[in-house]
Write a protein that binds this ligand. Sequence first.
Ligand SMILES: CC(C)(COP(=O)(O)OP(=O)(O)OC[C@H]1O[C@@H](n2cnc3c(N)ncnc32)[C@H](O)[C@@H]1OP(=O)(O)O)[C@@H](O)C(=O)NCCC(=O)NCCS
Length: 187
Amino acid sequence: MSDPVSQLERPAHEPVIRWAVYEDISRLEAIPDIWELRDSNLQAFQAYRMGRLLWLVAEVGGRTVGTIWGELYPEHDRSGRTVHIVSFRVEDAFQGQGIGSRLLRTVEEEARRRGRKVATLFVAQDNHGAIRLYQRHGYAIGGARTSRFDYRDPAGRRHTRVEEQYVMHKSLEAEGSHPLQHREPGY
Ligand SMILES: CC(C)(COP(=O)(O)OP(=O)(O)OC[C@H]1O[C@@H](n2cnc3c(N)ncnc32)[C@H](O)[C@@H]1OP(=O)(O)O)[C@@H](O)C(=O)NCCC(=O)NCCS
């Protein structure tokens, strides 16, 4: 971060929500299921650089402990109305402290600033904790789908994830107030 004064004023371990930088890709790989998705993360970083994806991370005491993406032109709606929330993850030891909620509110606010009217996401139907979190944040279930995702991890192993998911959505029309300290990504 490039704001040493506010860093000094902040308690040492208060989470900071900020734009992702390239180094976060490897920092986040301490989380095993993120390590597996290195190829997706590298591709996503290109999309982020091109302004097609919002990528926020949570940092605690110099460690990157959480991540969230907002796709600005998702496959299911390229009109520029929708932000699609993907890859939302907080490291296990840091869960339940409100970090995920802050990441979600902040990515919604940044999407709203870019004219997005609706937020959507896909969540596994048996991920009851996450569904509860989304409902508390104003998301409603709008449908169901089966997702199939094929990928290769950095060790070269192939994986296939098949998941029964809910489609959830939320209107972003209401005002929000969770701005980032630095308005534009620094990459
Ligand atoms: C979902 C997730 C990002 C939330 O982050 P977080 O920092 O724990 O979120 P918050 O502290 O703001 O909110 C906690 C809420 O998250 C939900 N939650 C989901 N999984 C949880 C977990 N393993 N531990 C604690 N809370 C969890 C609960 O609803 C909890 O609310 P509660 O007080 O009603 O129990 C995080 O739990 C996570 O990484 N889970 C695994 C990956 C995942 O399921 N991502 C969503 C995919 S769509």
